[in-house]
Design a protein around this ligand. Structure first.
Ligand code: F6P
Length: 550
């Protein structure tokens, strides 16, 4: 259905008028004025807790934001996605990553395909294979069990598995060491190969299309290395498996289709960790924990599907993010997991959010009339505090932050977890309250400083505060909690895409660079004469050719 321009909608205009006033609000005052602010602006779902009370908004703002969500058809489009309608208009595809985590036996037929049966048939294949590798029944060519697994993939075929394997480190099999090679830069592959032996290594070639240039080059390099270092070609089947939607290309590469784990075109790359693309995760933690991971995501899906918008965590997270982006002019969003095992989570969210909603036209091809996706970035706390938090506290841009923490650690080292949580909560408090000039003066009064020295220091030590943040808590970083957390952000991304009326499921913006890289590569290797680029690009190509004596 054609959506009216966002700024022309009644609910957007109501928000615009409301924002004139709301922009002047101070978070300190909002908290002082309402003792119930925390219980009012927090929500529980699927084992997660979201505190969005430290944002510059109130219950009226939320009411208006939810009116906008309704006017834009969030509920209708959510139901369309969940039921398998082809909402990815430019690629004529359904968007069914939620089907990947549905329990067995839930009916879902799309285009004559029994989606649930197909998903569970592949999950059975994953279970059988991962069980055999983990229990040592799957042997390498000289009869030894597998010790190292190298996942070769990029984008969604790398970021999700790598992030999840790190996040679930505490649940991992002690014999299996996981490696991830994504970059076309040979240093990536070189570093991985230096750590493994052909006879005990399993390579997973993970690529939805099986045509991605980086992955195909890396896969070819891995196969050549295997054959040059003792592996014979009839042993390839014991050491190379593929995860893809492209059976023909997998066969052409030389992988036995019996060692191929399929998925489907209705799984977007950045939404694919739940599919067989998560094979490395299942190998690391075992099928039981992988099932818990899927179940955690499914619990969030059910919440997203059924909860009223007022208590719907992904919807609230999305609408608060929209408020900050649109009305507080926040062009970026910082992700601060206070959990070292989530140290690839921000990188994962970058693809999820920015490849989905980094768009400038609506689903009908008209220019959007508001800003869309903020720049997403971040690092784990407390490291981030000692790097860039200075700018977040006292810089000129306002950057909202999502703090993510587990109430209980998955280690038993004394003292650390309280210190970690204390820092997490202190940071969100500091961003919110800031420190006034008078508070700085009071602090400095006790020190042996002249009045003049104090006044010199006051502007430097004053914090404006009033900086928005969310805090997302879980009990422990379990497979289920991780599944729910990822699904929360997936649905948040979806809801924001609906508000902006962009197609969150295509990614045409990555194509231009791919085509140009192909042209330049043939110029660099000397097969083709340099094309007439601009003087900068020509200059760089000539420098590279000269350095390599081509
Ligand atoms: O180039 C972007 C992209 O298409 C991502 O969306 C995707 O996750 C990645 O490339 C890898 O694609 P594939 O799994 O087909 O190799």
């Amino acid at each position: 259905m054609r959506q009216p321009a966002l700024t022309s909608t009644a609910s957007f205009q109501a928000l615009e008028s409301h924002a004139v006033d709301a922009k002047t609000w101070q978070l300190r005052q909002l908290f002082a004025a309402d003792a119930q602010r925390f219980p009012k602006l927090t929500v529980d779902a699927a084992g997660l807790f979201l505190d969005y009370s430290k944002n510059r908004l109130d219950a009226t703002t939320i009411g208006l934001l939810l009116e906008l969500a309704r006017e834009r058809g969030v509920e209708r489009q959510r139901d369309a996605m969940l039921s398998g309608e082809k909402i990815n208009l430019t690629e004529h595809r359904a968007v069914l990553h939620t089907a990947l985590r549905m329990p067995r036996g839930k009916a879902l037929v799309v285009d004559g395909q029994d989606v649930n049966a197909d998903v569970h048939a592949v999950l059975d294949q994953v279970k059988d294979f991962t069980d055999r590798v983990r229990n040592g029944a799957w042997l390498g060519y000289n009869g030894k069990p597998i010790t190292d697994i190298v996942n070769i993939g990029i984008g969604g075929s790398d970021l999700g598995p790598k992030m999840a394997v790190l996040a679930l480190r505490s649940y991992a099999h002690p014999r299996l060491k996981m490696h991830f090679v994504s970059n076309v830069d040979g240093h990536d592959m070189d570093a991985a190969l230096a750590q493994v032996k052909p006879e005990t290594t399993l390579f997973i070639i993970a690529s939805k299309t099986f045509t991605t240039a980086e992955t195909m080059l890396n896969a070819g390099t891995a196969r050549a290395w295997f054959l040059e270092n003792g592996g014979a070609s009839d042993n390839l089947a014991k050491h190379f498996v593929a995860v893809s939607t492209n059976t023909e290309a997998v066969k052409a590469f030389g992988i036995d289709p019996a060692n191929m784990f399929p998925f489907w075109d209705w799984v977007g790359g950045r939404y694919s960790v739940w599919s067989a693309i998560g094979l490395s995760v299942a190998l690391a933690v075992g099928f039981g924990y992988f099932s818990d991971f899927l179940a955690g995501a499914h619990a969030m899906d059910e919440h997203f599907r059924a909860a009223p918008l007022e208590q719907n965590m992904p919807v609230l997270l999305a609408m608060v993010g929209f408020w900050n982006r649109q009305f507080l002019d926040c062009g970026s969003l910082s992700i601060a997991p206070y959990h070292q095992d989530l140290n690839r989570f921000a990188a994962y969210l970058q693809q999820l959010d920015m490849e989905s909603n980094g768009k400038r036209v609506t689903r009908n091809g008209a220019a959007v009339d508001t800003p869309t996706c903020p720049v997403v970035w971040g690092e784990c706390g407390t490291n981030a505090q000692h790097a860039y938090f200075q700018l977040l506290h006292q810089g000129t841009d306002i950057v909202p932050i999502d703090f993510i923490a587990a109430l209980r650690a998955t280690h038993d080292l004394p003292g650390h977890h309280d210190a970690l949580l204390a820092n997490c909560f202190a940071q969100s408090e500091a961003f919110m309250t800031g420190k006034t000039a008078d508070e700085v003066r009071a602090d400095l009064a006790g020190q042996k400083l002249s009045a003049e020295q104090i006044e010199e220091l006051v502007p430097h030590k004053t914090f404006p505060g009033n900086r928005p943040s969310n805090t997302i808590l879980m009990d422990q970083l379990t497979p289920g909690a991780l599944g729910a957390l990822i699904a929360l952000y997936e649905h948040k991304t979806f809801v924001q895409g609906v508000i902006w009326d962009v197609n969150s499921f295509d990614q045409w913006g990555v194509e231009l660079g791919k085509v140009l890289a192909k042209n330049i590569q043939s110029e660099l290797t000397g097969e083709v004469k340099p094309e007439r680029h601009d003087s900068s690009t020509n200059g760089l190509i000539f420098m590279a050719k000269a350095a390599q004596h081509i």
